[in-house]
Design a protein around this ligand. Structure first.
Ligand code: HEC
Length: 115
């Protein structure tokens, strides 16, 4: 392993998040980089980990319901004009996706157990 040079260290400290490309995962929050990322990061990690966001996939309507539920019962503030930005981001990146997994292989086509 190569020692981190002072220049390298300074560069890594000065490198802003914005050097991550759209579609990449922010290593700190785990959120996908896309427009609205900074606003989501600022509002949606104040009370809980962003895992609650990244673990979920919902329609825009259900995201809105979730925001309303947090506003009613969990102390989430009025998001004002950021609400649209947040919903756009969530709908674009955390919507339900149809499963692309292939169906399981039928047992009679599986190789025999090696044990
Ligand atoms: C004021 C505090 C607060 C803020 C800010 C906040 N939340 Fe939450 N959120 C909560 C609490 C409390 C829970 C319930 C946590 C639990 O069940 O452990 C929760 C739960 C959730 C859940 C899980 C809901 C479920 O049905 O299980 C999601 C998804 C979520 N939040 C998304 C967000 C998003 C997106 C934002 C940004 C707009 C956000 N939260 C901002 C307080 C907050």
């Amino acid at each position: 392993m190569k020692a981190l040079t002072l220049t390298g260290l300074l560069l890594s400290l000065l490198t802003p998040y914005s050097t991550l490309a759209k579609g990449e995962i922010d290593p700190i929050s785990g959120l996908v980089i896309d427009s609205g990322f900074e606003i989501v990061r600022a509002h949606c990690m104040a009370c809980h980990s962003a895992k609650l966001v990244t673990q979920n996939r919902m329609t825009r309507e259900n995201w809105l319901d979730t925001l309303r539920w947090m506003q009613k019962s969990q102390g989430l503030w009025d998001l004002a004009e950021n609400e649209k930005v947040i919903l756009d981001y969530l709908a674009a990146n955390y919507s339900p996706i149809p499963s692309s997994r292939r169906p399981p292989i039928p047992a009679n086509l599986m190789p025999p157990s090696s044990k």
